[in-house]
Ligand binder design. Structure first.
Ligand SMILES: C[S@@+](CC[C@H](N)C(=O)[O-])C[C@H]1O[C@@H](n2cnc3c(N)ncnc32)[C@H](O)[C@@H]1O
Length: 216
């Protein structure tokens, strides 16, 4: 079976079995993946430490591995065992993944439990934050901010107008949760957003946010 079709099937199965944590019906498009990879491999001669959060079947990962420089190091943190297995296959068998396999590690765990401070130059997140409780979103954002080096960048996406659309068909409790997530994201984006890209060629269309930490 062609690789792309296989990955869509793996993804669809996990969407049905683990809707809450998978959060999308299909892997990110090439256009969304490219936008998320924008800050990886941008300074030739300077090594980067890169973290991908929620890589799934590796749609974004396949763009990241092509951009990594010879001295860069790459960690991936993924909650879902099926996706971890699929990523292991890709690092073992696909040339672009094999090229960086010795400098990469797939961690089978939740981002919330990843220890460390000021470790990464770039973090790319594919997490479906709109599915989570407000306290979990706050904790995840705080963890990612803590893991970034001064001057480091967090790139993540959200589907265009998705919270507003969901709020229209939700009860009061759900609307309060969605508003809480907006507030948590605004608290990060307000002071730190450096750039945003609108990606229409994705199902559904998405905003990619790039957030830079202060240099010191
Ligand atoms: C919307 S999918 C994105 C997959 C892939 N990055 C893409 O764009 O196609 C979300 C991914 O985040 C993972 N995930 C959800 N919660 C997580 C957590 N707390 N820690 C690590 N990974 C998580 C899911 O298992 C899933 O692979």
């Amino acid at each position: 079976m062609p690789k792309l079709l296989h990955d869509h099937r793996v993804f669809w199965r996990q969407f049905r079995e683990n809707y809450h944590s998978t959060g999308a019906i299909a892997p990110s498009s090439r256009f969304l993946s490219q936008a998320l990879s924008r800050y990886v491999g941008v300074s030739p001669g300077k090594s980067q430490r890169v973290l991908e959060v929620g890589p799934g079947t590796g749609a974004v990962t396949s763009h990241l591995v092509r951009r990594l420089g010879p001295a860069d190091r790459f960690d991936l943190v993924e909650l879902n065992e099926q996706f971890v297995r699929r990523l292991g296959e890709r690092f073992a068998h696909e040339p672009q993944f094999q090229r960086v396999a010795k400098r990469s590690q797939v961690l089978h765990q939740r981002i919330e439990d990843l220890p460390g401070k000021r470790e990464y130059d770039v973090i790319i997140s594919g997490l479906p934050l709109n599915n989570f409780a407000v306290a979990d979103v706050q904790q995840i954002l705080a963890t990612m901010v803590e893991l970034l080096k001064p001057g480091g960048v967090l790139s993540f996406f959200q589907y265009v107008a998705i919270r507003k659309a969901r709020a229209l068909v939700s009860n009061r409790h759900e609307r309060a949760r969605l508003q809480g997530i907006s507030r948590a994201l605004d608290g990060l984006l307000g002071p730190h957003e450096e750039r945003r890209d609108c990606i229409w060629r994705n199902l559904p269309p998405a905003w990619v946010h790039h957030v830079r930490m202060p240099a010191s």
